[in-house]
Design a protein around this ligand. Structure first.
Ligand code: ATP
Ligand code: MG
Ligand code: MG
Ligand code: MG
Length: 567
């Protein structure tokens, strides 16, 4: 049993005013976390307990799927990142440092390089395949805008797994194994979520990458889901806050703030055209839609690499610079800078002459790409005000063609991705196949933001009084509260109940503080333990009250009945 009087559980009546997300406010108020620096948090005992439960669920399902747990170093030689080609392209999100000998290092934001080197060095034969390795470890990403508490941290807990196969069929099996495990994990964690097709970019193919999206209004992603079949896809992020200034000549548009209107001079247009060209070359698909001989929308696509998101955002920022609010709004029905569901792979609306930047660029319309069926329906050129948005929500489903697309906001809690040979080739990681030939491993990578998952669960599981934990991850199962700390009958009975539960292996918190009942009940609601046993006046008759956090009413029970239910 844990005694609340001794527990580091600093609850707060009010959350700091800069905490915008419900989950962030609750975590601060319920004493789960405290901030040390932007995007860097301490887990207090309650927060740590919940995080461990989530880790345990992840661990059990990874083990069940046949993955092997490892622990890879956070500190990684820059050399490795240079070899994979990511040292330069990863950008400022990569935390870089030097050791005392002036050698360059990075703190791992992800571990493809390290794990590929490991397997390349230790696994030589197809007989050892397939193999999936995973770890649960602290990751470092110097996010441009850390926010919403654990939802976007700069130091955060991730489960990352990497599969190694002989061939693409093998990869598909490994991938589906992880996909199924992810479904079990998120279901066990009590999360409402959708698995959605994400942008396959240049690497993927059919089903090449899925994101697992917790459904929550605060989510930064927009997903389109069919109301009839199980089709669901991530719409390209249209997140203006994250629009990077890199390569975009210092343009950093803000959410909802109209772009500065001006007529760019010829030199500027040339600069921007060069930027779009650069984007296209970075195996992105850049498509600018025309109306009245002026661009109204820019579609930028790429794969999941952070750097590409940055390039995308840079392109989006550049297009925004060209935008004229009036024309854009007339043609598309959406204001410039609008970052909502209109995201649809269309991060930015602009009003200049559209031009196709490279041959066969109709990437967005390519067969089997997830925005298929949406963009073509838009008919941008010549579209009337409102068409754009309407075409987006309520469009025919591209999969079943019977259902309609609906939009939801989502938090990316997990991501599975078929990598292929991108890293095994760059790092020369090979095995010998049955025919005696050397082949690069066919890889997949699979991430879950464990700490982000905690926030996502809280976004969904709370009410006006506080947290309502799903049983599977609650910090304690039972909260025992004597109403009066001065009444020996009550305190003795509460002690007895807590001791009996603890003996039965039930995680029990005993509120043995000398506090007013109102304070104890408020705290109990706030921290949200699933079952509360209140020992009050009727203790003398051997009666207690049992209340579930998720229900409004309490039942009066005998001590033994209460123990039977709580145990
Ligand atoms: P996002 O699009 O939100 O920036 P990502 O696509 O960059 O995430 P991945 O590289 O796919 O993230 O990493 C795997 C998982 O790690 C993500 O699905 C997410 O759950 C989690 N994650 C990524 N960045 C963060 C962060 N800054 N804080 C907390 N969790 C994160
Ligand atoms: Mg990211
Ligand atoms: Mg993402
Ligand atoms: Mg991702």
């Amino acid at each position: 049993m844990t005694r609340q009087s001794q527990l580091l559980l600093p609850t707060l009546r009010e959350a700091p005013s800069d905490a915008e997300a419900a989950s962030h406010r609750l975590m601060l108020r319920a004493g789960l976390i405290r901030q040390l620096a932007a995007g860097v948090y301490t887990y207090l005992p309650l927060g740590r307990r919940v995080l461990r439960k989530l880790e345990q669920i992840v661990r059990e399902e990874m083990d069940e799927a046949g993955a092997q747990e490892t622990l890879l170093p956070a500190m990684q030689p820059a050399e490795l990142w240079k070899q994979s080609g990511r040292y330069d392209v990863y950008g400022p999100e990569l935390v870089r440092l030097r050791d005392r000998h002036d050698r360059e290092f990075a703190l791992g934001p992800t571990h493809e390089e390290v794990v590929t080197m490991l397997v390349g060095g230790e696994v030589g034969s197809y007989r050892q395949l397939p193999m999936t390795l995973y770890q649960i470890q602290t990751k470092f990403r110097d996010e441009k805008r850390p926010r919403y508490g654990l939802l976007r941290g700069r130091e955060f807990l991730m489960k990352d797994a990497y599969s190694f196969d002989e061939d693409w069929e093998g990869l598909h099996r490994s991938y589906m194994g992880m996909y199924d495990a992810y479904n079990r994990i998120f279901t066990r964690a009590g999360l409402r979520y959708r698995a959605v097709e994400a942008d396959p970019g240049s690497i993927g193919g059919e089903g090449g990458t899925h994101e697992f999206m917790a459904l929550a209004e605060i989510g930064e992603d927009t997903i389109a889901a069919c109301d009839c079949c199980d089709y669901a896809a991530n719409l390209e992020k249209a997140e203006y806050e994250r629009a990077s200034s890199e390569g975009s000549a210092g343009i950093t548009p803000q959410a909802g703030v109209p772009a500065k209107v001006h007529t760019p001079d010829a030199r500027r247009i040339e600069e921007l055209a060069a930027l779009f060209q650069k984007g296209a070359e970075a195996f992105m698909k850049t498509l600018i839609y025309m109306a009245d001989g002026r661009p109204v929308a820019v579609v930028v696509r790429g794969d999941h690499e952070v750097n590409e998101i940055k390039v995308k955002n840079a392109l989006a920022a550049a297009a925004l610079e060209l935008a004229d609010p009036e024309t854009t709004e007339r043609v598309t029905g959406a204001p410039v800078g609008f970052a909502g569901p209109i995201g649809l792979g269309i991060p930015v609306l602009a009003d200049y002459a559209a031009m196709e930047m490279e041959e066969g660029i109709a990437g967005a319309n390519e067969k089997d790409y997830h925005i298929k069926g949406i963009i073509p329906a838009v008919h941008l050129a010549g579209a009337q005000a409102g068409d754009f948005r309407n075409a987006a929500a309520g469009d025919a489903c591209p999969r079943c063609e019977r259902g309609r697309l609906r939009f939801h906001r989502g938090i990316e809690v997990g991501h599975v991705f078929k990598l292929g040979t991108k890293y095994s080739e760059a790092l020369n990681a090979k095995f010998v196949n049955a025919a005696g030939e050397e082949r690069p491993f066919i890889m997949g990578c699979y991430g879950i933001g464990v700490s982000r998952l905690l926030s996502a669960v809280l976004e969904q599981h709370h009410d006006g009084s506080g947290i309502v934990w799903p049983e599977s991850i609650a910090p304690f199962a039972v909260h025992v509260i004597p109403v009066s700390a001065k009444d020996r009958v009550q305190t003795d009975m509460a002690e007895h109940i807590a001791a009996r539960l603890a003996e039965a292996g039930i995680e029990t918190l005993l509120d043995d503080r000398d506090e007013r009942p109102g304070v104890k009940f408020k705290d109990a609601d706030l921290i949200g333990i699933p079952i509360r046993i209140v020992v009050g006046k009727r203790a003398a008759e051997g009666l207690v009250e049992l209340k579930r956090r998720s229900e409004a009413d309490a039942e009066t029970l005998s001590l033994e009945e209460a123990l039977a239910i709580a145990g």
